[in-house]
Design a binder for this molecule. Structure first.
Ligand code: NAP
Length: 521
């Protein structure tokens, strides 16, 4: 079976043999994806000329209602999505839920924001700026949707959430979307778009899908378009330097990889609740989606005097996780997404082993109910680097699998500096009962991270977790993490709007703001 591409209002098959999508447990080929021969320039043009005007004619509330209809369509078909996530990504049910339910939740959340913005077609920043002695002449900032198309190039690890969290913000903004899922796991994204198109809930041109390689897609973007990229820092750098993006003043938002940190506070000894919460979180982040999350904890920083205790506690915890075929109900961790990723993860572990000793993962490894000759499993691997100051790979090599390195620190300042050695990360979490350390950590980590989670005993149960991306919060990070920002409630709409300062007679400006919703971007 070849996955269809939905462009210019029709399903089109790409030419040639296409790339194979495989089951990472059984090794079976599931489908092929190809974009060969597609008129991608025409597809972008159709989205701009047909989808854009249709969306901009609607108000935020009406576009919010469209998102609700998309969420309802996905909800009706959700069983099929769990089957696709199992087959093409080797997801356990819990892993698939993060991707599928996370998408439906985010669509519903942005549908609600649309209802709150109401029946208007523009936004304003609130307040007028007085420019002259005469109060009659003032200025106001308003924002309107850009008139291009948003091209979303997505990573393989969240084919559902990665697609809809971006599409929700874009469509609510009034901008059409062309999605290019990662080829390896495009099945789920394809099936979802097929259902949404069949349900007829979006205006024509609002949503397009290209499965397979991006080919010349970026050569056809123009200055009113937005390109978002989620994937590895290497690909991001390559795209930054493509002539298409260098020569065109196109908005380019990057969400790239990240060596995220979790820090155990100096106060949090083995008997503390924070110690238990930290160990639970590191264990969960290592094994959830087999560690294939951009937000996963790659470096766990521990006060030097507690390092042995943490290593022991994690060893005990990880020993309970059954790794194998997710069709077995006792399995808690599945494979990585394919044999290529398996090879990349194993190679990454070898790089880390030059600077760190293996605590968990060096022994014999046999995944349950799976044939290692065809499957793409990786053992849960916990390492320990006793000299993180002089090490480099542990701070630089993102091993995109169930892998984490423990490191000691001697002082709070040292811990924050080690966290910063990731070169800019998506998230750091801190487990402490000490308010002063918590305050220092928030400030000490802020410049090098997009999000800081601070947990103590009292919020341990309420915490949404280190790795979970909540749509209310800004997602992104500086430096290596890409420097992009998405989500963050209404802040996310900024990328798809043009802000304009309008100067003139106050009563005219008031008329403009009366027809706009107030937001603080
Ligand atoms: P990747 O290899 O960089 O690919 C990402 C996307 O870019 C895929 O859709 C890929 O298409 C496409 N692509 C590759 N070369 C391209 C080119 N020359 N022109 C246009 N598109 C191109 O990353 P991945 O392996 O899918 O994902 C894993 C990485 O993503 C990890 O490093 C992870 O940390 C990061 N990630 C970050 C976030 C975040 O929010 N910060 C979220 C998830 C994942 P094909 O599949 O067709 O090659």
């Amino acid at each position: 079976m070849k996955l269809g591409n939905y462009i210019s209002g029709a399903w089109v098959d790409g030419g040639g043999e296409g790339a194979a999508l495989v089951d990472p447990v059984l090794g079976d080929e599931l489908a092929r994806a190809s974009s060969q021969g597609l008129d991608l320039e025409g597809a972008l043009d159709h989205a701009r000329k047909v989808g854009g005007p249709a969306l901009r004619k609607l108000t935020y509330a009406e576009r919010g209602a469209l998102l609700k209809s998309v969420a309802d369509t996905l909800t009706e078909n959700r069983d099929a999505y769990y089957a696709a996530a199992l087959a093409n990504s080797g997801n356990t049910k819990a892993d698939a839920a993060v991707d599928i339910e996370g998408a439906i939740f985010t669509l519903g959340y942005y549908a609600g924001l649309g209802a709150k913005l109401g029946d208007v077609r523009a936004l304003h920043g609130g307040g007028f700026d007085r420019l002259a002695k005469d109060k009659a002449f003032q200025a106001v900032h308003i924002a309107v949707p850009i008139e291009g198309v948003a091209v979303h190039i997505n990573a393989f690890n969240f084919p559902s959430w990665g697609m809809w969290e971006k599409a929700a913000v874009t469509l609510l903004s009034g901008v059409p979307v062309l999605v290019k899922p990662a080829t390896a796991t495009a099945l789920l994204a394809h099936d979802m778009v097929r259902h949404v198109v069949a349900a007829g809930v979006l205006p024509e041109g609002a949503l397009s899908l290209v499965c397979g390689g991006a080919r010349d897609l970026l050569a056809h973007v123009t200055s009113q378009d937005v390109v978002t990229f989620t994937g590895s820092a290497d690909t991001a750098n390559q795209l930054r330097n493509t002539p298409a993006l260098l020569n065109q003043p196109v908005r380019f938002n990057v969400e790239a990889d990240s060596l995220n940190t979790s820090i155990l506070g100096p106060d949090a000894g083995p008997d503390s609740a924070e110690f238990q919460l930290f160990v639970k979180e590191v264990g969960r982040e290592m094994t959830g989606k087999a560690g294939q999350k951009c937000t996963a904890i790659r470096r766990a920083l521990v006060p030097a005097q507690f390092l042995d205790d943490v290593a022991g506690a994690l060893q005990a915890r990880l020993a309970k996780v059954l790794v194998g075929n997710p069709r077995n109900a006792d399995v808690r961790m599945g494979p990585v997404v394919n044999r290529t990723q398996q090879a990349a993860v194993l190679q990454g572990i070898e790089a880390l082993k030059k600077e760190a000793a293996v605590v968990v993962g060096d022994g014999p490894f046999e995944p349950a109910d799976a044939d290692p000759a065809v499957a793409a499993f990786v053992p849960i691997t916990l390492l320990r680097c006793d000299s993180p100051d002089s090490a480099s790979a542990v701070h630089q090599v993102e091993v995109f699998g169930p892998v984490c390195t423990l490191m000691p620190y001697e002082s709070p300042a040292k811990a924050f500096a080690l966290a910063g050695r990731g070169g800019g990360s998506l998230v750091a979490s801190v487990f402490t009962g000490d308010d002063a350390f918590a305050a220092d950590a928030a400030m000490g980590l802020a410049a090098t991270h997009g999000r800081v989670l601070i947990v103590d005993e009292t919020v341990g149960a309420a915490s949404t977790g280190h790795g979970n991306v909540m749509p209310m919060l800004v997602h992104g990070g500086p430096g290596r993490a890409g420097g992009g920002e998405e989500l963050g409630g209404l802040r996310g709409l900024r990328l798809y709007h043009q802000r304009v300062a309008v100067q003139g007679r106050l009563d005219r400006l008031e008329a403009l703001t009366n027809a706009a919703a107030e937001v603080s971007f």
